[in-house]
Design a protein around this ligand. Structure first.
Ligand SMILES: [Zn+2]
Length: 267
């Protein structure tokens, strides 16, 4: 999950890039160095090697929860307790297309005015993005991908709907439309006012779900996130999965310990 951190990282990246390119101009060189410079930034976390998930917690004081949190995500969903839970009501409007490659995932920023209602709780949809494989495991198995739909209520609390993605026989039409516009460069955002879609059309008709409290799955791994994992997946083609993997071969955090938490099942 990527919320405000990505914005901060992006602006940090842009500042570095800007500083660097002016330095390069002063020396009369082309500016192809910003990327290697950004790698030296201790906040430049990744999914592999020395800046990978096992190091996140030690990279910065603000990332501490990544190593010592007690309610971290993602988790393996095995045992869940059946309960009469409030249904998920998706009150989504159409949005124009704003698609961003933030260096960690492909993210679709959503126009204001779309809401998820769960009982008395109302959250606004901010953005959704993708991971491969799925960060959540179900009975120890990860899906090829997952979409995380990130919502926030007026009190600033986050609710993330995880939409598992499985391989099917045909292209998903919405993703086809969106991913044609996928920016190839990190820290690049493209907007298309004329391309409109409704994210509700990605969702399965059966909205039964598992739920637990957890965290952002990316630094700073902040807790207090309400996770809602839809049981029924979205199907996309093998070609569409491959298209995402071409940009991000692996961007899933390892499974985290459940510790004292229970997972509830809406049935
Ligand atoms: Zn995510």
């Amino acid at each position: 999950m990527l919320i405000k951190t990505s914005a901060i990282l992006i602006s940090a990246g842009l500042l570095l890039a800007a500083g660097n390119s002016s330095a390069n101009e002063a020396h009369g060189k082309a500016s192809n160095a910003p990327h290697s410079k950004a790698k030296a930034d201790p906040s430049h976390w990744s999914y592999e090697g020395e800046t990978g998930p096992n190091s996140w917690g030690a990279m910065k004081a603000e990332f501490g929860l990544c190593s010592n949190g007690k309610q971290q995500s993602p988790v393996n969903i095995t045992e869940a307790y059946a309960q009469d839970l409030e249904p998920l009501q998706f009150q989504y409007q159409e949005s124009k297309t704003t698609i961003q490659n933030n260096g960690h995932t492909i993210q679709l920023n959503y126009d204001p005015g779309s809401f998820l209602q769960v009982g008395n709780d109302r959250y606004q949809l901010l953005q959704f993005h993708f991971h491969t494989p799925s960060e959540e495991a179900i009975g120890g198995q990860r899906y090829p991908m997952v979409a995380h739909l990130v919502h926030k209520n007026d009190a600033g609390q986050l609710a993330v709907v995880a939409l598992l993605i499985n391989q099917g026989s045909s292209d998903n039409e919405i993703l086809k439309k969106l991913w044609e516009k996928m920016p190839a460069n990190h820290n690049e955002t493209r907007g298309y006012d004329e391309i409109k879609y409704n994210a509700a059309n990605l969702l399965p008709s059966n909205r039964s779900y598992w739920t637990l409290m957890g965290s952002l799955t990316t630094p700073p791994c902040s807790e207090g996130v309400r996770w809602l994992v839809l049981k029924n997946p979205l199907y996309v083609s093998a070609k569409q999965i491959a298209r995402f993997k071409k940009e991000f071969a692996m961007n899933a955090r390892p499974l985290q310990s459940l510790q004292q938490r229970a997972i509830l099942d809406s049935n």
